[in-house]
Design a protein around this ligand. Structure first.
Ligand SMILES: NC(=O)c1ccc[n+]([C@@H]2O[C@H](COP(=O)([O-])OP(=O)(O)OC[C@H]3O[C@@H](n4cnc5c(N)ncnc54)[C@H](O)[C@@H]3O)[C@@H](O)[C@H]2O)c1
Length: 365
């Protein structure tokens, strides 16, 4: 019997979930749910989906076994938890939720339901990212890093939906929507830092409440520093990531990866060099990128389906998907409190801030 798959929220990314699964063996596109009947009808006709619902509770009462959550961010927690309580497997689009306290509730519900619960963070699969991941163990102890992430978005983009660009609907701007992918890549490579100090702002989007520019310093236990700069207002800049370890530096830029290996580890050279102005020699090497593994958005959905059908780990679990949100919330909290924020983020402090932002008691502009 094929796995009965359902999709909630079908106007945008929901179609990518349907396309990814329509010819996938072992899966049947069984049901769809959307509050806009015309969009729902068109979608179900296109993908030949037999069961259609404009009410999410009714959708969950159906025989659907897996739910793809493809609705706006503010619905992710509530709809995921309801699906988990109905014992459905859940694949939730990024970001997993708006706040880390919502994610805590999602994790609890997933643990109780004993089903598969995953988030969609397909950029972990990107061949250059995988290549960097395979090099991390060669870098040695983390020293420093730098990450430039730009995702230009016009005001027309924000006018596509009322939920966009608002604290209530998105829970943030470029950080939670676009750069959450970059932050996910960062935690995939280096895991969470212990402390975050950040500034966020709105430089150029007059019609939205949320940030379009952000800069942070992440610090790890051993004293390593990592600087990240994010915007949706700068154009023409490639994503650039540098990670330096005691033994080598890796650089990822424009889909290319190179590694520079030090002739002597940095700590040893600092301590033992008899020279005043010397530094370790670096030998740079371009690293070939293996593109043979699946890496697109659709692949991440099919890998989740495979984990249900064959057993095994989902590509990005709820616990993993939650980590980028920890950084998003930490950056916003650090800005508004004008102080460093420890990880894990203080849940009640962030909830109180988010409530004030939603009510307009605190503002960026
Ligand atoms: N993984 C990725 O790269 C990626 C790419 C795009 C979007 N996304 C994520 O997917 C989510 C949706 O984004 P989008 O661009 O498709 O948004 P969208 O606004 O285009 O589509 C959302 C759909 O949800 C429906 N909807 C709203 N409230 C609903 C409710 N209560 N019940 C059922 N349906 C409801 C809307 O009618 C609409 O059809 C976002 O969280 C976004 O971050 C992820």
């Amino acid at each position: 019997m094929a796995l009965k798959w359902g999709i909630v929220g079908v106007a945008g990314i929901g179609a990518s979930h349907a396309k990814a699964l329509k010819d996938f063996e072992g899966v049947e596109l069984y049901a769809a749910c959307d509050i806009v009947p015309e969009i729902l009808e068109k979608f179900c006709e296109q993908f030949k989906i037999p069961y259609r619902f404009t009410n999410y509770e009714d959708f969950l009462k159906s025989d659907v076994e897996v739910v793809s959550i493809c609705t706006p961010h503010f619905l992710h927690a509530e709809q995921s938890i309801a699906a988990l309580e109905a014992r459905k497997h859940v694949l939730c689009e990024k970001p997993l939720a708006i706040s880390v306290s919502e994610v805590d509730a999602m994790l609890k519900a997933a643990e109780k339901a004993k089903v598969k619960a995953g988030s969609v963070f397909q950029h972990r699969l990107d061949p250059p990212v995988r290549t960097v991941k395979s090099l991390i163990s060669q870098l040695g102890e983390l020293v420093r890093g730098l990450y430039e992430c730009h995702h230009f978005r016009t005001m027309t983009y924000y006018r596509q939906g009322k939920w966009r660009g608002t604290w209530w609907g998105e829970g943030g701007g470029v950080l939670i929507n676009q750069a959450v992918h970059d932050l996910d890549v960062l935690v995939f490579l280096l895991d969470l830092p212990k402390q975050v100090t950040a500034r966020v702002g709105n430089w150029g989007h007059e019609g939205i409440e949320v940030e379009d520019i952000a800069t942070a310093v992440f610090e790890w236990e051993n004293g390593a520093h990592f600087a990240i700069h994010i915007s949706s207002v700068a154009s023409g800049l490639p994503t650039r990531l540098e990670i330096t370890g005691n033994n080598a530096t890796v650089v990822m830029e424009g889909g290319n990866v190179k590694i520079g290996r030090y002739s002597t580890p940095l700590r040893q050279f600092l301590k033992e060099s008899p020279e005043v102005w010397a530094s370790p020699k670096v030998i740079w090497e371009d690293v070939p990128i293996d593109t043979s593994m699946p890496y697109r958005h659709g692949d991440s959905i099919r890998l989740f389906a495979k984990a249900i059908l064959e057993g095994g780990e989902v590509p990005v679990s709820f616990a993993e998907g939650a980590k980028s949100l920890e950084l998003v919330n930490a950056m916003i909290l650090s800005h508004f409190s004008s102080s460093p924020v420890s990880i894990p983020v203080d849940r009640s402090a962030y909830d109180a801030l988010l409530a004030e932002l939603k009510e307009g008691k605190k503002k960026l502009r």
